[in-house]
Design a protein around this ligand. Sequence first.
Ligand SMILES: [Fe+2]
Length: 364
Amino acid sequence: MFDHLLFRQLFDAASSTYTYVLGDSDSRQAVIIDTVFEQHFRDCALMEELGLKLVAALDTHCHADHVTGAWLMQRATGCRIGISGRYGDALQGADLRLDHGDRVTFGKRYLEVRATPGHTDGCVTYVTDDHRMAFTGDCLLIRGAGRCDFQQGNARTLYRSITEQIFSLPDDCLVFPGHDYSGRTMSSVGEERAHNPRIGGHADERDFVGFMENLNLPHPKQIAVAVPANLRSGKSEDAKALRPADWGPVRQSYAGLLEIDPEWVAEHLGEVHVLDVRQREELDGRLGRIANAQLIPLGDLKDRLAEVPKDKPVIAVCHAGMRSGQATVILRGAGFGRVANLRGGMLLWHQMGLPVVRGAVSEA
Ligand SMILES: [Fe+2]
């Protein structure tokens, strides 16, 4: 199915939003569709770990239920920001003003832009060059369709968008929506044509419009915050990028762990508290240990949390960085706000020739 295509589907539980990463597996160029502001570090970490170079952060539309992470992505990667040009000057910050028929290229692959208004004026569906995957945003949902009762919603327009632009794709083209609230991850054009209760089967325009005009949905909770922020492409009001920590160059891995590089720790040893969670017998080995490190084996950490000072950021360290990763989880769970795992553990520290002490451990 994925010919030279690297594909990941991600989920934001707070807004039930799907984010998609599509990469050309040869050139490693990639695009991200509908990245969520609060998931920025997760999405960045995934691309970094997969060795992808982001060329564009695309939105399917100006969302009302979450803030886009497009601006953060541009800050982090230098990628372009793509969204429909039909929002006009009201929407700031996008440098790819897309319209029907445009292509967004990543490596040897591209996405075709299809205008699918109805939920909003500027809704687009991104379709892979081989017509095997369609990213429909809030136009066509799995067994549903995007609401048309706010922004510039129009059920008649939506009917035409779905029937003409999405149902014209091959039956086996997979449908990846912008949201799902019931745990469904994908569908196909044929499946939705047959079973979508709003627009599938023999539903005509009148049936669809009648259905959509009587949904009686509550107003989206986030709309007052999300729409103005999305009209700035997700630029934060103080124009500051998010950082995982304010005390040092901490990174969040895709596994969700906070990590810091050994070089930085070596240069700032006076400003941090190093917590070594290896077993006692490991401490005198070839790798040595970091000067002034506090020694509490991981298995004892939960019972000895009171011994860990809170006045400095805590850097957890172990042999290879696995156990200390778990130590950071325990510490954060116990309310330690400034914590990071030493990337690569003592193995990498040693490999980089950073200073260690050796000899008997004096601490009782
Ligand atoms: Fe939406």
